[in-house]
Design a binder for this molecule. Structure first.
Ligand code: NAI
Length: 334
C-alpha cells in the first residue's frame, strides 16, 4: 500500500523501514517531515493510508481532505487516539488503527525515573557537581518506602507503575472505573479519586484523555491534594490544567511536578528550538521552578518500544490491505 508518513523523525523512519523490510517490503512508505493538519493534508495525495503520531491533528476538516484524496486508513504509531475525530473518520469510512501496547514498561519506567529524579533532585545535583558545587543543601529527599502513591488509571501502564512502586515498599492506592483484581491481590487499594488525592504523597496519571478526563487535575483537585504533593503526568498534557498547577506550585501545595506531556506541546515537543525564543509564556514559567522536571514526550522512547511500534504499524496496514480492517482498530469505544 502507498503510505504517507507524517511527522517523520529519523528514528520513525528507521523502525518503520526495519519492520517493512522484515515483512518483505509490502508497502511503499513516503516519509514527510511536516505535522499533519488541515494545511498539510494535501501532502498525502496518492496515498491510500497515512501514518501519524501524537501531535498530528486529525480533526473533521483534515479527515475530509484526506478522504477526498483517497486515504482509507489512518495508522497511528502510538497508543493514544485523542487527536483523531473518530466520529468524522467513521462517517467518511476511514479506518483507524493504533499500537495499543508497544511497551507499557517504557512509559512506566520513565514515570518512575521522574519520581526518583524529583525526589532526590538529580536534575539539580547533576548541574551542581559539574560546577564543583558539592554542597547538599536543598537536595534533601525522602524515603519512598511507606509513602502513599496514587495511581490514576490502572490500565497497561498504570498497572506496571503500581507494581514497581509496590517494589519500593510504597503503599499504592488507585482510581480507575475498572478495577484490576491482580493489582488488588498484589496489595493495591482502589479508592474514589477525591480520597486518593487527599491521601497520596505522589499522584501519577495514567488514564486516557477523554472529554471526561480533560483537566482532571484542576484548581479544585489541586486544593484537595496533600501540601507538598508530587504530581507526575506521563499520559496526556490536557489531563492537567497547567494554570491551576502553576498556582499550586507558587503556593507550595504542589511540592514537585514531573511532566512528560504538556497541553500545548504540539509545535514545541520533538523539535530542536534551542536557537529560538519560545513564545509560550505558560510553558516557560513552568521551566523556572526548581522543583519542576519536564521531559519532551520521551516516555515511550526505548529501543523495544520503537521496534514494536514499527512492527504493529506495518501489521495494521497489511491487515487493512488484506481484510479492510487494521489488526488493532480504534472505534469510538476505544
Ligand atoms: P490503557 O487503555 O491500558 O489504560 C487506561 C486506563 O485508564 C484504563 O484502565 C481505564 O479504565 C482507565 N480510565 C479511563 N477513564 C478513567 C478515569 N476517568 N479515571 C481513571 N482511570 C480511567 O492505556 P495505557 O496503555 O495504560 O496508556 C495510558 C495513557 O498513557 C494513554 O492513554 C496515553 O495517553 C498515554 N501514553 C503516553 C506515552 C508517552 O510517551 N508519554 C506513551 C503511551 C501512552
Amino acid at each position: 500500500m502507498d503510505v504517507a508518513v507524517f511527522s517523520t523523525k529519523p528514528y520513525d523512519r528507521a523502525c518503520l523501514e526495519a519492520a517493512n523490510a522484515a515483512a518483505g517490503r509490502p508497502h511503499a512508505l513516503r516519509y514527510l517531515e511536516p505535522r499533519l493538519g488541515p494545511a498539510t493534508a494535501v501532502l498525502a495525495a496518492g496515498a491510500g493510508a497515512i501514518c501519524v503520531f501524537v501531535n498530528d491533528e486529525l480533526d473533521a476538516a483534515t479527515l475530509a481532505a484526506l478522504s477526498a484524496q483517497g486515504v482509507r486508513l489512518v495508522a497511528l504509531r502510538c497508543a493514544g487516539f485523542n487527536n483523531v475525530d473518530l466520529a468524522a473518520a467513521a462517517a467518511l469510512g476511514i479506518a483507524v488503527g493504533r499500537v495499543p501496547a508497544y511497551s507499557p514498561h517504557a512509559v512506566a519506567e520513565h514515570t518512575v525515573a521522574l519520581i526518583l529524579a524529583l525526589n532526590r533532585r538529580i536534575h539539580r545535583a547533576y548541574n551542581r557537581v559539574r560546577e564543583g558545587n558539592f554542597a547538599l543543601d536543598g537536595l534533601l529527599g525522602f524515603d519512598l518506602k511507606d509513602r502513599v502513591v496514587g495511581v490514576v488509571g490502572t490500565g497497561r501502564i498504570g498497572a506496571v507503575v503500581a507494581r514497581i512502586m509496590l517494589g519500593f515498599g510504597c503503599r499504592v492506592m488507585a482510581f480507575d472505573p475498572v478495577e484490576e483484581p491482580g493489582l488488588v491481590a498484589a496489595g493495591v487499594r482502589y479508592a474514589p479519586l477525591p480520597e486518593l488525592l487527599a491521601a497520596a504523597d505522589i499522584v501519577t496519571l495514567h488514564c486516557p484523555l477523554t472529554p471526561e478526563t480533560r483537566h482532571l487535575i484542576d484548581a479544585a483537585a489541586v486544593a484537595r491534594m496533600r501540601p507538598g504533593v508530587m504530581l507526575v503526568n506521563t499520559s496526556r498534557g490536557a489531563l492537567v490544567d497547567t494554570a491551576a498547577v502553576i498556582a499550586g506550585l507558587k503556593s507550595g501545595r504542589i511540592g514537585y511536578l514531573g511532566l512528560d506531556v504538556y497541553e500545548e506541546e504540539a509545535g514545541l515537543f520533538f523539535e530542536d528550538l534551542s536557537g529560538q525564543v519560545i513564545q509560550d509564556d505558560v510553558f516557560t514559567r513552568l521551566l523556572t521552578f526548581p522543583n519542576v522536571l519536564v521531559t519532551a514526550h520521551q516516555a515511550f522512547f526505548t529501543a523495544e518500544a520503537l521496534a514494536a511500534i514499527g512492527e504493529v504499524t506495518i501489521g495494521n496496514i497489511s491487515a487493512f490491505e488484506a481484510t479492510g480492517v487494521p489488526r488493532f482498530p480504534v472505534s469510538r469505544e476505544g
